[in-house]
Design a protein around this ligand. Structure first.
Ligand SMILES: [Zn+2]
Length: 63
């Protein structure tokens, strides 16, 4: 899989979302080794319903 932003190499990774309303939520996605872009199939499908996604992504990338 290649990064949609920079076409860099992406590695599969699991993330933990402590901000979830249901408590700890872990999900699998891909992280770009070049620019740090995170792609998650589940979030991508919900993107139109979650306008605050960008802020959450930045928080995840700081880990
Ligand atoms: Zn990238």
């Amino acid at each position: 899989m290649n990064c949609p932003r920079c076409s860099g190499f992406m590695i599969p990774e699991s993330f933990q979302d402590l901000q979830s309303d249901t408590g700890t939520l872990s999900f699998c996605g891909y992280r770009c080794m070049s620019c740090g872009e995170i792609v998650d199939p589940q979030i991508a499908s919900n993107r139109k319903h979650r306008p605050h996604l960008q802020a959450r992504n930045r928080k995840l990338m700081s880990h």
